[in-house]
Design a protein around this ligand. Structure first.
Ligand code: ATP
Length: 264
């Protein structure tokens, strides 16, 4: 198989103080690697999109960074320290927020009760986290007494993000926020992620199926295929390179030399 090689060297090294840094990282299930040799970083205030077809390894990558899957080779650090396998709560305490694909909301509880479950730290931390979440996601304010199960899909996704924000994370990973949502709702939600990064300095790692919408808000993007990163670049530049994106999704397409060496 010939894959697109990463095309931009300018994006491949992190600045000092990366919130997430993967270096040659491999991980998978039952000791069998599913993602291999990943180099990826997320800096403060950045939105980074992790793209790729179904089964590429995006969720596996996020689960590893959260400490739910073991690093089999290479390294994974969060806020400068190695990821602690098997202790997602310790990773959360360190400042890792993770909104999983299934959103993990408690449908029989109200919006306010779901948010309370995300609170951590001192009373002041909790108050700040709560205020911050509702400032960033004000559409939830009139819904505080509504059961999560009665919210629309978009509102549930906002609640899942808000529940992560109340814990005052320094880095936030969101797995397929658009799953099951109409494109028009995704168009409204993605700028919220941009705003969260801009307003708070939180680094956001976004797994997204809506490639072009994701690239409108992302500073940088990585495309995974068959467990490897096959393309990376600046979001706005990749958005204009449909040829590279299509080739990276197809995975085994032989690209014209011009495309492989283009500086995206
Ligand atoms: P999707 O967009 O469909 O969620 P993805 O890029 O997130 O795809 P992953 O869910 O990370 O992909 O899956 C990567 C590979 O790992 C797939 O081949 C999948 O079948 C395999 N896989 C996922 N979960 C498990 C598991 N619990 N045990 C074994 N293999 C798994």
């Amino acid at each position: 198989m010939t894959t697109t090689t990463p095309t931009s060297t300018s994006t491949s090294t992190s600045t000092n103080g990366a919130l997430i840094e993967l270096s040659g990282m491999s991980s998978g299930y039952a000791g069998v690697p599913v993602v291999r040799d990943l180099d990826l970083h997320v800096d403060p205030g950045e939105v980074v999109a992790l793209l790729g077809p179904n089964g590429a390894g995006k969720t596996t990558t996020l689960l590893t960074v959260s400490g739910l899957l073991k690093v089999l080779d290479g390294s994974a650090t969060v806020l400068g320290e190695p990821v602690i396998f098997g202790s997602p709560h310790k990773m959360a305490k360190r400042g890792m927020g993770h909104v999983p694909e299934d959103r993990s909301l408690f449908f029989s509880l109200t919006v306010a009760e779901n948010l309370k479950l995300g609170l951590r730290g001192s009373r002041q931390d909790q108050r700040e986290g709560y205020d911050r979440a509702l400032t960033l996601l004000p559409a939830l304010r009139p819904l505080m007494d509504r059961r999560a199960g009665l919210l629309s899909g978009g509102e549930q996704q906002m609640l899942a993000v808000a529940r992560a924000i109340v814990a005052n994370p320094k880095v936030l990973m969101v797995d397929e926020m658009s799953l099951g949502l109409a494109p028009i709702i995704v168009e409204r939600l993605l700028p919220i992620m941009r705003n969260i990064a801009d307003e708070t300095g939180i680094g956001v790692l976004l797994v997204e199926q809506h490639i072009h919408m994701a690239l409108t808000v992302a500073d940088r993007a990585y495309v995974m295929n068959h467990g490897e990163i096959v393309l990376e670049g600046i979001g706005a530049e990749l958005a204009g390179r449909r040829d590279l994106l299509e080739a990276s999704y197809l995975g085994d397409t032989v690209l014209p030399e011009e495309a492989v060496t283009a500086d995206v």
